[in-house]
Design a protein around this ligand. Structure first.
Ligand code: ATP
Length: 324
């Protein structure tokens, strides 16, 4: 039976990571286990940067974005020699299991550690929502809401000046944030890596919106889409007259993953942190815990590594139909 676990946050920070650290810590303490908090992800693990966490150490963090443990990228951990060192450091500190709170790359790391025989449980936490084995990862809801707020604000100025705005949001190769914020914000065009549009297609939809008499038009563009804002601006520069609207571009960048986590992200993180501890208590490891259709589900990390959630074709079509 496990008596001492370690927890780390890895990869890009996501709002709600702190709530997950809190839930893992308090869930484990409630079972009478000890908890070690590792600083700065796998990089801190390789530097043996860890300390015991008590209930009070994770107090007052549920509402703050980022991660109190810190996060980092660590290429060394992707090499077998790095992981061998990590295993000996975990052993030296008496950690019998590790909870990894992070995104796609981080869970590839936990899958490698699991394959090498160490008990690991992954908690999906990335604004990108590109992980297989869960419906929505921690941080994504907040990122969607920040993007949506920007879309709503830009719509007012767009209407006043009869302009079009292209808003680029984050998400790496996954267009989930752009899709959801685009639907919620009533965007005229949504460009995603999973459903590519050429700059001339985007421009054509903006032109059609102008001809239908719209006072504004909004294009939400995922950062991974081939039709990036630069390509769109170049096309626009050459065809401005025939399109009607003036075009302005706003790149949201890291703004979308900063700040206060939404209620949904805090609840999700609390459920998943507790589910990770429950999995270890039940002797289940080498898994990612995720919510699928409302239930906490464990999926083998071996099935997750290198896979991406497919885009919802139904939602894509819905967005297209609504942009009339
Ligand atoms: P986000 O998508 O939010 O940026 P992420 O978890 O996908 O988060 P990455 O930078 O891809 O972020 O990965 C974080 C860390 O996980 C890497 O720096 C590396 O230490 C480890 N990692 C990534 N891929 C692998 C792999 N294939 N094997 C072992 N470790 C890996």
């Amino acid at each position: 039976m496990v008596k001492k676990i370690a927890v780390l946050t890895s990869g890009g920070d996501a709002p709600g990571m702190n709530a997950a650290v809190r839930a893992v810590t308090r869930g484990a303490l409630a079972k009478g286990w000890e908890v070690l908090g590792i600083r700065n992800g796998y990089a801190g693990l390789l530097e043996d940067e860890m300390r015991a966490l008590q209930a009070r150490d994770v107090g007052g963090i549920i509402q703050s974005g980022g991660t109190m443990l810190g996060s980092a990228r660590c290429p060394e951990f992707a090499e077998p020699a790095g992981r061998t060192r990590a295993l000996s450091i975990l052993e030296k500190n008496g950690a019998e299991a590790l909870v990894v709170i992070g995104g796609n790359g981080s869970q590839s790391g936990s899958a490698s550690l699991a394959r090498e025989g160490f008990p690991v449980v992954g908690v999906p936490s990335t604004i990108d929502n590109d992980l297989y084995g869960n419906d929505v990862s921690i941080g994504c809801d907040t990122a969607i809401n920040i993007t949506l707020e920007a879309v709503d604000r830009l719509r007012t100025t767009a209407s006043s000046h009869r302009r079009a705005f292209a808003v680029e949001t984050m998400g790496r190769n996954c267009g989930y944030i752009a899709l959801m914020a685009g639907i919620a914000g009533g965007a005229e065009v949504i460009a995603l890596p999973e459903s590519e549009l050429a700059p001339e297609d985007v421009a054509e939809r903006l032109r059609a919106a102008y001809q239908r008499g719209k006072t504004h038009a909004l294009a939400v563009i995922a950062e991974g889409a081939k039709c990036g804002v630069r390509a769109l601006m170049e096309y626009y520069g050459a065809h401005r007259r025939s399109i009607g609207f003036d075009l302005r571009v706003t790149r949201l960048g890291h703004v979308v993953r900063g700040g206060i986590p939404s209620a949904a992200d805090r609840v999700l993180a609390t459920r998943l942190g507790a589910a990770a501890v429950d999995a270890l208590a039940a002797g289940a490891h080498g898994v990612l815990v995720g919510i699928i259709r409302g239930d906490a589900v464990r999926t083998p990390l071996a099935e997750i590594a290198g896979r991406m959630r497919p885009a919802d074709a139904g939602l894509l079509e819905l967005a297209r139909v609504m942009a009339r």
